[in-house]
Write a protein that binds this ligand. Sequence first.
Ligand code: GCU
Length: 630
Amino acid sequence: MIEQFKSVDINPLIFWMKMARGKEIKPVLTLIFVLFSAHYIVNCQTGTIQNIYGRDHVSLNGRWNYIIDPYEMGYYDYRHMPFDASESGKGGFYDDRKPKDKTDWVEYDFDLAPTMKVPGDWNSQAEKLQLYEGTVWFRQKFQADPKPGKRYVLYFGAVNYESHIYLNGKKLGMHKGGFTPFQFEVTGKLNKGENVVIVKADNTRHQNEIPTINTDWWNYGGITRDVLFAELPATYIQDYKIQLAKGNLNKIEGFIQLDGKEKTQTVLINIPEAGIKQKVTTDATGRANFSFSVNKLIYWSPENPKLYSVEIEAMSDKITDRIGFRTIETRGQDILLNGKSIFLRGIALHDENPLIPGRLRGEGDMRMMLQWAKELNCNYVRLAHYPHNEQMIRLADEMGLLVWAEVPVYWTISWQEQATYQNAEKQLTDLMNRDKNRSSVIIWSMGNETPVSEPRNVFMGKLVSTARSLDDTRLIAAALEISHKGDKVVVEDPLGEKLDLVSFNEYAGWYWSSVKDMLNYKFDIKYNKPVVITEFGADALGGFHADSDTRWSEEYQEQLYKNQFTMLTAIKGLRGMTPWILADFRSPRRQHPYYQDFWNRKGLISETGKKKKAFFVLRDFYDGIQKKYN
Ligand code: GCU
């Protein structure tokens, strides 16, 4: 069935709408067709390739023409019917159509349209787009010389939020989720010479999506991460995992997955520096699971972020990656890295450059953020509240920073919507697949501050089981809910039962109590597990000085940090923290005209890069902790 549709390229939606226009059709049939067409569209995507940067590719980054389309004129006709589901499939902006002659009527023109940088959010690139939520169309042209026996893939690091992708006027598919990669196989769909890729990006927020409508970060829209065009052998190494087995410093475990006709091949795993040469054979599905013992490895740690060059060589393809080997586990209330108890000296951060507000634009921006964390004497970062750029994780590998990675299951999600759950699970799976070979990533987080209810517990519980089924070598966590009983801060969120850590956000001294009386509060934590505080903090306008009782002042934030250390170090199982937050960040929820002006000011670094007093208080605290754990 799919085959027939695919080869003649007719979309089942056409069939359904023809039926709908005046012919009786049973509701069940309607449902089947909708599900079938949705399935059809999405399936132009292929399993995301592991380590796309290690493949033959050209970057399609650069200046792309764009058209702002608040009424989605380029997608729907005046009857609000999608053009790409119409008879001809023609009419939408993805045609990149030019008027045939002076009599012809065309109401858009990419050639005359302005350009903006890709990767990059649109909000920081055009004044009128700063607060814009809706559709923007992007067009890029590129040259291709497709060769027989080769396969071709268009890869997107991330597009926020819902994107529809077209190549040479034909729809490749759509994707939801603003922070995870996706790709389309375009073998056989390329012109020899000029090709046109068009992206409809829509960052409109909706209740049933992930994230939902209410977040405390800027809803940056656009093609925010790299766009790559890759050339691959007919049978290529699509995916692999090469890591130490759970809690075992002497066993490497993993798999190799080939994609293509020649499924059964001998594949060599070569780690020259470690003297490891291992042959595995893929089965009829192109997969080889393996485990083999190792001894003289230098284990990856923040103090010594050793990365090995790992070569995977199949008969038809070869890929090299830089991989660190470490184990991470818990024992009682301890967190063990390579078998040794560790304290996670962390800081939280958003994927945003405070100096030029907008998504981090490249390695320079990312290194700046992680370098600031290093100056705080951190060995750990919480990348909040969504998957950050793959390059950021690879930098954490290189710079020696442990990572808490999270999916944007944030606040009031539509827990009972099946599609919402599938969306969340897909984003989680895509994140875990992308970064499974990164030694820096030690914790997968299922979400943040999600209100306790039965539907929520079920939803989050399913995410936890999915994560455990995909990866038993890392810790599974979430920022749990807390409650208050008198001067007790109670942590008994039922989700905690299923997790490896007890993690929660607590804003003593800011959202509840004050810097003066916060020390009267005690934590009452139900679980005997390592406690890793995911957030605490206070807003301070950089450069605003007053006494330590005056909110918004650096002195208030400074004193609050000192008091937090007193409160938190009283928790017996405390094994880590990520104060909120490394740098001030943009938020549409922060309207105080003087102190905030659309900035969340809980950063330890201001939007001008100024280190606030609390920055040094935290650094000194971490110096002390480091001595204790050495
Ligand atoms: C919340 C939330 C953050 C938010 C912070 C704040 O706990 O997790 O996303 O920015 O508190 O209020 O500053």
